[in-house]
Write a protein that binds this ligand. Structure first.
Ligand code: NAD
Ligand code: LMR
Length: 328
């Protein structure tokens, strides 16, 4: 058995932190061989070749093959898993519409190439920002692929939310369960302490264990939401190893399953009032290679008001890419 895993932006910082972990068996488990397909733009192909040389030098027993290309049609040919990391970063003076347009030029053809060439069981994770809307663009350009195969990453936000809550409560991370993110991978995201639990006995809602709504609203929410910006400020570059780690978590759990709730940005089927087709982060359960949005969770007034803000932002991004002709 082997899986073909396509990684775009393979010569970038996240690519460098991601590829070795995939090749070592951490993505799809120790019993599955992997064939890596690296997609890069022409000027970065040489750097991708250097990374491929290092991969060879690791002598990973599970790594069957590495192919490097600048052609999306080749890169996604027969792909079982696609990790779309390469994206156009926002540069000085760039308006949001410019950013969406530049990324549309990447994710529209990649969506088409996935549609035409990927394996029937393709699973897609978009990491490149703006991740939710890039996933929306790719999904809308792949009409023959079931739309639920297109997902975007909010697992890094979930992992950050776990870390910051554990520090606040001075408890081990493993005492926290079902802490998930709603909405957009942007500062408006909503980490949900109402449905998260602190293990007992007796088990407690995380929001009750914290018992400090001012901290929740004025410190926790902005600190989790703006953690990406804080990392950029501190290291002078956006998070790479932690982003790669979260990408591994996301696909690993989707393929192999996990206990409890996890966060994935996935196309809404209208659950919790999120408009149908919007790629928004939800609490999901993963098992048997599939995920399911978990319905019936508590969403009170406070949570709903925060979810509305982040979902409205996604609606605006959707309207912007629609007006640019990037989606139908
Ligand atoms: P990077 O600039 O180091 O690497 C990006 C790579 O993508 C470059 O090598 C570039 O040549 C390549 N690329 C650009 N256009 C491409 C295309 N059309 N096809 C293939 N490759 C292409 O950036 P990075 O640090 O690796 O980050 C990548 C993306 O991930 C950024 O958009 C970043 O904002 C995003 N990110 C998302 C999260 C998240 O939680 N969703 C977290 C961290 C970073
Ligand atoms: C992150 O959350 O670390 C990144 O999305 C930040 C960024 O803008 O690259």
């Amino acid at each position: 058995m082997s899986k073909t895993v396509t990684v775009t932006g393979a010569a970038g910082a996240i690519g460098y932190a991601l590829l070795f972990r995939i090749a070592s068996g951490q993505l799809v488990g120790p019993d599955e061989k992997v064939r890596l397909r690296l997609l890069e733009i022409e000027p970065a192909l040489k750097a991708a070749e250097g990374t491929a040389m290092e991969l060879v030098d690791c002598a990973f027993p599970l790594l069957e093959a590495i192919d490097i290309t600048a052609d999306p049609n080749e890169a996604f040919d027969g792909a079982n898993i696609a990790m779309l990391v390469g994206a156009r970063p926002r540069t000085k003076g760039m308006e949001r519409a410019d950013l969406l347009e530049a990324n549309g030029a990447i994710f529209q053809p990649q969506g088409k190439a996935i549609n035409d060439h990927a394996a029937d069981d393709i699973k897609v994770l978009v990491v490149g920002n703006p991740a939710n809307t890039n996933a929306l663009i790719a999904m809308n350009n792949a009409p023959d692929v079931p739309r639920e195969r297109f997902t975007a990453m909010t697992r890094l936000d979930q992992n950050r939310a776990y870390g910051q809550l554990a520090a606040k409560l001075a408890i081990p991370l493993t005492d926290i369960e079902d802490l998930v993110i709603w909405g957009n991978h942007s500062p408006t995201m909503f980490p949900d302490l109402f449905n998260a639990k602190i293990k007992g006995p007796p088990s407690q809602k995380a929001v009750d264990a914290v018992d400090d709504m001012a901290w929740y609203e004025n410190e926790y929410l902005p600190n989790v939401g703006k953690r990406g910006a804080a990392i950029i400020e501190a290291r002078g570059a956006s998070s790479a190893a932690s982003a790669a780690n979260a990408a591994i978590d996301h696909i690993h759990d989707w393929v192999l399953g996990a206990d409890g709730l996890v966060s994935m940005a996935v196309p809404s089927g209208g659950q919790y009032g999120v408009p149908d087709g919007l790629v928004s982060s939800f609490p999901v359960r993963v098992s048997g290679g599939d995920y399911e949005i978990v319905e019936g969770l508590e969403v009170g007034e406070f949570a709903q008001s925060k979810i509305d803000i982040t979902v409205n932002e996604l609606k605006e991004e959707q309207a912007a890419v629609k007006s640019l002709g990037l989606i139908g």
